[in-house]
Design a protein around this ligand. Structure first.
Ligand code: PLP
Length: 398
């Protein structure tokens, strides 16, 4: 198999690239020219590593889940991104990008957010660095995710509603891009996942790669080898999966399992299983798989989890799945809810609804007793308590 990386123009195979309006060319080109050099600078590394350690709380533990292991008849380890400051993996990327923005001399930060997790992580690092922060969020999501909206405001960010289209994540992304076009000089756009034009997918994957970097030495310590038999992660845009897979991409001993949201079912018309329903096209600046009609209109995605209902996936994941390096599994709302409840009661850990999809995938996988499976526990479930409460009220307790 060939080595997996981007080429000079930001493509993984046929996927990726930078399809941007002329007005953004200067900004994206500035990033493209500088991100590798800036992030390789020892001063940058030092500041990044120190903030990850003392501010985010890294390394995040790799936890052997004894009761889940017994239940599944295999060895299950959880990479605890839920224990990071702000409760998910998103902060790894926003720390990296705020340090870049500082070095680029940008004073104004914009971001898009769906469930609000990336908005909170961006508002957090802007407060940390004293930079102005504007977060675009669909009007529908603002109503659905009130606690995260309050958090962003508490941190000093301005939350601007996206009022067009379905008034969810893709519309917020469109608004953020529009803002960037209008404010190219002083503004940096912090994209929250491995999506968007090159260099974003590669840049975000590198910031998140700390997840698998730690997993390697943690496994070495715990089991005497630095690789598992499988890594399982949920995929919205794909940043936690990219980070959890990164240092194993070229190691074929490791199965890579990408878990998508099937919503009410892959063929129900209410789904976000992009790798199964998607076709090649261009969304938010890159060529990838996306859910679209025959004449190229975006099909509205659906998932109970606001972090997974994006109509595309990052170009890395389109490539990994298309080339059969990664397996795609899709999980319904109902199975994700059941998995969240199960994990809560087996391990005393309430996972985010997004992460619950990764746990539910364990039911669909085959493995043997001595296999080592690492599940990326991308975030905690505090933000999803309303959904869990109504589930508890509706389900007969087992
Ligand atoms: C945002 C989010 C996701 C989905 O985003 P990716 O870029 O695919 O990782 C998954 N889990 C949690 C907890 C999130 O907040």
């Amino acid at each position: 198999m060939k080595h997996i990386d981007i080429d000079a123009r930001g493509y993984y195979g046929r996927f990726g690239g930078a399809y941007i309006p002329e007005m953004l060319h200067g900004n994206v080109e500035q990033l493209r020219r500088s991100y590798r050099e800036m992030t390789a600078d020892p001063k940058f590394r030092e500041e990044f590593d120190l903030l990850l350690k003392d501010y985010v709380g890294r390394p995040s533990p790799l936890y052997y889940a004894e009761r889940l292991s017994k239940h599944y008849g295999t060895q299950v380890y959880l990479k605890r991104e839920d224990l990071n400051h702000t409760g998910a993996h998103k902060i790894n990327n926003t720390i990296g990008q705020i340090l870049l923005a500082e070095r680029l001399g940008k004073k104004r930060i914009i971001a898009e957010t769906g469930a609000g997790q990336h908005g909170v992580a961006t508002a957090t690092v802007c407060a940390l660095k004293g930079l102005q922060c504007i977060v675009y969020m669909g009007e529908v999501d603002i109503a659905r995710q009130a606690p995260n909206v309050a958090r962003m405001k508490m941190l000093g960010a301005e939350v601007r509603p996206a009022l067009s289209g379905s008034r969810t994540l893709k519309d917020a992304t469109n608004e953020a891009i529009r803002d960037w076009i209008n404010n190219p000089e002083d503004t940096h756009y912090i994209i929250g996942s491995v999506v968007g034009p090159h260099p974003y997918p590669d840049m975000v994957a590198r910031f998140q790669s700390v997840i698998s970097e730690e997993t390697k030495w943690q496994l070495q310590e715990k089991i005497g080898r630095d690789y598992p038999d499988a890594v399982v992660a949920c995929v919205g845009g794909g940043s936690n999966a990219a980070g959890a897979f990164y240092h194993y991409l070229n190691d074929e001993r490791v199965r890579l399992v990408a878990v998508e949201a099937a919503g009410l079912g892959v063929d129900s018309g209410e789904s976000a299983a992009t790798s199964q329903l998607g076709t090649e096209g261009i969304i938010h600046g890159s060529r990838t798989l996306l859910m679209q009609t025959e004449d190229g209109q975006i099909v509205e995605p659906y998932s109970i989890s606001a972090g997974l209902d994006y109509p595309g996936i990052g170009p890395l994941h389109a490539f990994l799945i298309d080339s059969n390096r990664a397996e795609a599994i899709s999980v319904t709302d109902a199975d994700a809810l059941a998995a969240a409840l199960f994990v809560a009661r087996q391990e005393g850990i309430i996972p985010a609804l997004e992460t619950a999809h990764a746990f539910a995938a364990l039911d669909q996988m085959e493995y043997s007793a001595d296999d080592v499976i690492v599940v990326c526990l991308s975030g905690r479930g505090d933000k999803d308590l309303a959904a869990f409460s109504s589930y508890l009220d509706s389900e007969p307790l087992k």
